[in-house]
Design a binder for this molecule. Structure first.
Ligand SMILES: [Zn+2]
Ligand SMILES: [Zn+2]
Length: 330
């Protein structure tokens, strides 16, 4: 048997797409088991059976939902590519460029998923666990398709990136993000923490502490957060509390998958006409009568009482936008 060369694999991947996720599943299972053994000795509360089961079922359901719509997304990407305005050649360095571009698109998707309630309704699934371990990584959304998350990732087909390349780099991106969901790793070397998304950076992203809300949207490279003002480092004096602002308090898979959609439907039903669009398109927590809080409001209130944190990286921008958060106003 002649093994295909790396160049052959890269060429095939560009035309057909090489989905690396199924190859990584045995690695996921093995490392979750290793982390469970670690947790039993070092962090007994890291795993809770019901929580882990829910995360695994969300992962399974997400895979099924993804398989059902994969053809439609491929069709969309194929249509864009057929109407492309240029053609990006398949070379080793364009693979790197496409990977970096796709990771930036992931950042844009992820930031939108936290700031626009329609996208949040799907992405909140991933944040609903109050535990933080490798199984949390598999707690993926069932409703990413109606939330249009794919639109952020397939548009490069229109500028001439082969759809197979997009599928391939998207899978690698997802697999990379698995290992950052752990408390077993403290800090990586400084240079690595500077450039890459790490367990420390992503713990901040899963936190409900006001300081950490809606920060660190990175997939693979943390540089996007550093460049665009959404980075906050993890601090040892502010340990992360995981989950969402209003914890679900249930392991019910159906509740985890659909609760925010149901809540949007209720709000749309009760809201006056002029406010309906706001419940779909404004930030999660927005309300027309001010009876709920957005993450910006929660953080501003917290910052008003914590003048010593004004110089915090990431917090300074917010303070300049929000007079209520400056010490002089408090
Ligand atoms: Zn998120
Ligand atoms: Zn995550």
């Amino acid at each position: 048997m002649i093994l295909p060369s790396l160049a052959d694999i890269a060429r095939r991947a560009a035309t057909d797409g090489l989905d690396v996720v199924p190859f990584a599943v045995p690695l996921f299972v093995a490392t979750i088991m290793i982390e469970m053994v670690w947790a039993a000795r070092k962090a007994p509360t890291a795993y809770e059976p019901g929580d882990t089961l829910t995360s695994l079922l969300m992962g399974l359901g997400s895979t099924v939902a993804g398989a059902l719509v994969a053809g439609l997304i491929a069709l969309g990407a194929g249509w864009l590519y057929a109407h492309r305005v240029a053609t990006i050649p398949v070379l080793w360095w364009t693979w790197i460029g496409v990977f970096v571009l796709d990771d930036f698109n992931y950042y844009l998707f992820h930031r939108t998923a936290h700031r626009v309630r329609w996208f949040w309704a799907s992405h909140i699934n991933h944040h609903s666990s109050q535990h933080y371990n490798l199984s949390t990584a598999l707690r993926q959304s069932w409703t990413g398709f109606p939330a249009l998350s794919f639109a952020f990732r397939i548009w490069p087909a229109f500028i001439g990136v082969a759809p197979g390349m997009l599928l391939t780099v998207g899978g690698i991106n997802l697999v990379y993000q698995f290992w950052v969901h752990t408390e077993a790793v403290g800090r990586m070397p400084r240079w690595f923490e500077a450039v890459m998304n790490t367990p420390s950076h992503h713990r901040v992203h899963h936190a409900t502490n006001p300081r950490y809300l809606d920060r660190n949207y990175a997939g693979v490279f943390i540089v996007w957060d550093r460049l665009l003002g959404t980075f906050t480092p993890e601090r040892d004096d502010d340990p992360v509390r995981y989950g969402i602002v209003h914890q679900l308090g249930t392991f019910s898979v159906l509740t985890v998958a659909f609760h925010e959609w149901a809540s949007i439907a209720r709000d749309l039903w009760h809201a006056p006409w002029r406010a309906k669009a706001g419940y779909l398109l404004r930030a999660p927590g927005w309300s027309h009568d001010g009876r709920r809080d957005t993450s910006d409001m929660i953080r501003a209130r917290w910052q008003a009482g914590h003048a010593e944190d004004q110089g915090d990286p990431g917090a300074d921008q917010l303070a300049s936008r929000n007079p209520a958060a400056t010490p002089s106003a408090g």
